[in-house]
Design a protein around this ligand. Sequence first.
Ligand SMILES: NC(=O)c1ccc[n+]([C@@H]2O[C@H](COP(=O)([O-])OP(=O)(O)OC[C@H]3O[C@@H](n4cnc5c(N)ncnc54)[C@H](O)[C@@H]3O)[C@@H](O)[C@H]2O)c1
Ligand SMILES: O=P(O)(O)OC[C@H](O)CO
Length: 397
Amino acid sequence: MFPSKPQLIPTCCAVTPSPSPLLPQDPDKNSLQLSPERTRDRRKVVRIAWEKLLRWSRSWRSRAKTDVLERTKKVVVLGGGSFGTAMAAHIANRKDQMEVSILVRDPAVCRKYFPDHKLPENVIATSDARTALLRADYCLHAVPVQFSTSFLKEIAEHVDPGLPFISLSKGLELNTLRMMSQIIPQALKNPRQPFIALSGPSFALELMNKLPTAMVVASKDRKLAGAVQQLLSCSHLRISTSRDVTGVEIAGALKNVLAIAAGIVEGMNLGNNSMAALVAQGCSEIRWLATKMGAKPATITGLSGTGDIMLTCFVNLSRNKTVGVRLGSGEKLEDILGSMNQVAEGVSTAGAVIALAQKYNVKMPVLTAVAQIMDSELTPKKAVLELMSLPQVIQSP
Ligand SMILES: NC(=O)c1ccc[n+]([C@@H]2O[C@H](COP(=O)([O-])OP(=O)(O)OC[C@H]3O[C@@H](n4cnc5c(N)ncnc54)[C@H](O)[C@@H]3O)[C@@H](O)[C@H]2O)c1
Ligand SMILES: O=P(O)(O)OC[C@H](O)CO
């Protein structure tokens, strides 16, 4: 049936339906106007699908376990920067009787990150490692990657060998190319220290404001990942589990380098076409390297990969993107870093990425260009010219 009302097609491009194979054969398929009967049927199908989804969700919720939260009495957070503080507040809000200790160099420091937010009463900041770690059930590690080894070596004597470490840090150690799953057990001299990576698109401020967020916990130990999922998930934080620790960690580290590139494109006013092309190319480079390192492609295209890339590359709350924007608008790297009081992990991770790319024999033009800019070997303008002059790609069919 043709619609009875005229369609909203501009006259300059209006077409008369014809039997041409290039044009729609069934006008109803492409029309916004359906007969009342078909509208009713269509709505019924949608309603049934939605109700089915709700029933499935309710049945899962009714079986959801809460024993981990009930059992957990104390959580320690290492590093009282913005994310450590936000996660400490999140966990403390899960249960009033839980003690959440933040280990900081200066106990006054964690109040500075969110001056407009009152921290829950059960969050305690201390600079005493022994007290902070004593009888903790879980440990959240939120110290920037480059300082993690020295920090952990200093506190190692107070760490229980069975204490699960949930790493929030996203980056690669510059000289060793190690990820947090390697840094933590090696610094603590305990290869069996239980390890979980927590990653995904999550700005500390939005978590602090209890805005809906989704993240991934990755661990080789399925049971442990499930326990951490229980500990963290609530009505505004969805947590999925994964066994692909390499994929989750490498994507979380490399998206910070790509975000610097995205910032440069914005700072140079290169336009939306450039931005989309750059981020798409960056996603491919991350996938090429990550899969050679053993990551699953689905992890890279999922929440902690593409999800976090979208957040960090497209949103100006990102510290890494901000570094790029300022570089692209002509500021010097040392001036930018000197004026920041928070970490942009992509700056040091960029150097490590290139060594990894060489080790795994992967070409990464965009991420290599960022590393060259970080080393002041290349200007953003020259980088754009060089990237645009790379050989034209022949796509395989
Ligand atoms: N902020 C976010 O939105 C966010 C979200 C997800 C993941 N992360 C990751 O979390 C990690 C921490 O980031 P952040 O945002 O909390 O950083 P931040 O810059 O806000 O704070 C860093 C903290 O580390 C401490 N620190 C610095 N050097 C130290 C040292 N040598 N020894 C001990 N402590 C030291 C600082 O005092 C500060 O408390 C990073 O790897 C980051 O990529 C951050
Ligand atoms: O502010 P950034 O660039 O460190 O990004 C923060 C988080 O990693 C976003 O998921």
